[in-house]
Write a protein that binds this ligand. Structure first.
Ligand code: KPL
Length: 307
């Protein structure tokens, strides 16, 4: 739970500290810093220095501006009221410790996947929310493809208001588990398929690919239901199809990682589903095949970006 207002007495100049200056982190920093004081925390001082020199930010409407963020390395970052984690799954434990040290009222993570299952106890000091916001970086230009919608835990009303006022619709949700399981369902189908096909999200709408999507949903539905999601296969298929249609031109984050030779989030997405399936005695062969294919793409492409 976030710390209470009363317990928090430290005076801070910053309203929000964002840990993770990837595409989404830089897009959020660009918009929120028009309304409030934002500190953007990079992996180290050198990267922070580069960020301070500015980056071009393109809004969904097409408007462009150069943003000069207040960027810091983890050691020199200032305290803030709220913390937002926008890092890749594999960086969560380190980034969560930084954010928890800096943010007085609470830290929420909006990354994909079920990272809490990947770490030995104690879990990283961060609460998971969810977002459908999408951003990309192309030739150094950060574009907010869609502001989407973000869901935060109860107690984060002030942060939800700040994000919404900044053009990033957000609300607290009492049903965060359900929201997150639905987002996981979307990522379980779109991300590995697009990564393996090396195609944008719209590839899912093609009949042969969609057929495989339907089979993936059939396999995963009982597992997600065992975790508390009451949605049936039809509902999940409708949701996934709608996201694929709305984001048809997007390159999924997993494909972007593969193309850039980075480690993907397959472990926190499909890896977690496979573990949950094993607990139920379920094999999930199609998900397992995609898991291995994406893992092998990671091995092949590390340091050698695809064309
Ligand atoms: O979350 C996404 C991602 O790319 O990680 C989707 C919703 C699939 C949008 O691309």
């Amino acid at each position: 739970m976030p710390k209470s207002w009363r317990a928090f007495t430290g005076a801070t100049e910053y309203d929000l500290v964002i840990v993770g200056p990837g595409a989404l982190g830089r897009a959020f920093a660009a918009l929120v810093s028009r309304r409030a004081r934002v500190a953007l925390v990079a992996r180290d001082g050198r990267r922070a220095e580069r960020l301070r020199r500015g980056y071009t930010f393109r809004e969904p409407g097409g408007g462009e501006s150069v943003v000069y963020p207040e960027a810091f390395g983890p050691e020199e970052a200032p305290p803030a009221r709220w913390g937002l984690l926008l890092v890749k799954a594999a960086d969560t434990a380190r980034a969560a410790r930084v954010a928890a040290r800096l943010a007085g009222l609470g830290v929420v993570s909006l990354q994909n996947g079920w990272v809490e299952d990947l770490f030995p106890p104690p879990p990283p000091p961060v609460i998971q929310g969810a977002t459908t916001a999408a951003a990309k970086v192309e030739s150094g230009v950060v574009s907010l493809v869609s502001p989407g919608r973000s869901w935060l835990p109860a107690g984060f009303e002030e942060l939800a208001e700040l994000l919404s006022d900044s053009g990033l619709p957000a609300a607290v949700s009492e049903d965060l588990l359900i929201v997150r399981l639905r987002k996981l369902a979307v990522n379980l189908v779109i991300n590995p398929l697009t990564a393996v096909l090396n195609r944008p999200n719209g590839a899912l709408l093609e009949p042969q690919v969609w057929e495989l999507g339907v089979e993936l949903v059939r396999e995963m539905e009982p597992v997600l239901n065992s975790r508390g999601l009451a949605d049936g296969q039809e509902q999940l298929l409708q949701l996934i199809y709608q996201v694929a249609r709305e984001t048809a031109a997007n390159v999924s984050s997993m494909l972007a990682d593969v193309r850039a030779g980075r480690k993907t989030e397959i472990e926190a997405i499909t890896g977690v589903l496979l573990r949950w399936g094993e607990e139920l005695g379920l094999e999930l062969p199609r998900h397992r095949a995609l898991y291995h294919l994406v893992r092998s793409l990671e091995q092949i492409d590390r340091g050698q970006p695809l064309q």
